[in-house]
Design a protein around this ligand. Structure first.
Ligand code: FE
Length: 205
C-alpha cells in the first residue's frame, strides 16, 4: 500500500545502500571496524567539513584582493591560511569566473572532489552521465542545472584528478558592496563552487 512517510524502511534500501549496510555489519561483527569511528568520519565530512568551508574561501577572495591573488597563485596555501586542508585537498587550484569565462569542474575518470573545501560530492557528480556529458556538452549540462549562459561566455571544463582538485570562484554578486565576509559567504552555494550554479543574489539570501 502506498503511504506518505519521510523515512526509509530497511527493506526499501536501494541496492547500493543495502550492500554498504551489509558490509558494515559484517566488518563490525568481525571487529575490523568500530561503528563509532565510522560515524565520526561520516559526521566530520557531512557536518564539519563541507561547502561552508569553500564559501569562506570564496567570500574572503571577494572581500580581500590580496587574498584573491594568493588564492590564484597558490590555492593550497591560501586555503590552508583559513585552516582547511588535509585529505583530498592536498593540491588545490582555484579557477575564477569572469564576464567572459565560466569554469566547470568534473572528474571524468571517477569522482575526485575537493573534500577539504566542499565536503563529500553530490551523487550526480559521481554519476556517469554528468562525468561524460560535462565535457561533451557542458553548455547543455549547465542548462539542465538551470544555468543559461550567454553564447559569448566561454565555458572552461576542468578535469579533476587524484593529484589536483579545483575550486570555482564565482563572480561576486552585484549589490553586495560593503558586505562583510560572513554575509558574503551566505551567498556562496556548493554548486557555484563546482560551476554548475551561480551564487545567490542578495535578495535570495
Ligand atoms: Fe576521480
Amino acid at each position: 500500500m502506498p503511504h506518505d512517510h519521510d523515512h526509509h524502511h530497511d527493506n526499501e534500501l536501494d541496492p547500493m545502500a543495502a550492500r554498504v549496510r551489509a558490509l558494515e555489519t559484517i566488518l563490525a561483527d568481525k571487529g575490523l571496524i568500530d561503528p563509532a569511528a565510522v560515524d565520526a568520519i561520516i559526521d566530520t565530512y557531512e557536518n564539519k567539513v563541507g561547502p561552508r568551508n569553500g564559501a569562506r574561501v570564496v567570500a574572503r577572495a571577494w572581500d580581500d584582493p590580496a587574498y584573491a591573488s594568493r588564492l590564484a597563485e597558490n590555492a593550497t596555501a591560501a586555503i590552508a591560511e583559513i585552516g582547511f586542508g588535509g585529505r583530498q585537498g592536498e593540491h588545490m587550484q582555484a579557477v575564477f569566473n569572469t564576464q567572459d569565462t565560466h569554469n566547470l569542474v568534473v572528474c571524468t575518470l571517477c569522482s575526485c572532489y575537493p573534500w577539504s573545501v566542499l565536503g563529500l560530492p553530490p551523487v550526480w557528480y559521481k554519476a556517469p552521465p554528468y562525468r561524460s556529458r560535462a565535457v561533451i556538452d557542458p553548455r547543455g549540462v549547465l542548462e539542465e542545472f538551470g544555468l543559461a549562459l550567454p553564447a559569448s561566455t566561454r565555458i572552461r571544463v576542468w578535469d579533476s584528478t587524484a593529484e589536483l582538485r579545483y575550486l570555482v570562484v564565482p563572480m561576486r554578486p552585484a549589490g553586495t558592496a560593503g558586505w562583510g565576509e560572513q554575509r558574503l559567504a551566505a551567498l556562496v552555494t556548493r554548486d557555484a563552487m563546482i560551476g554548475t550554479g551561480q551564487p545567490l543574489q542578495p535578495e535570495q539570501a
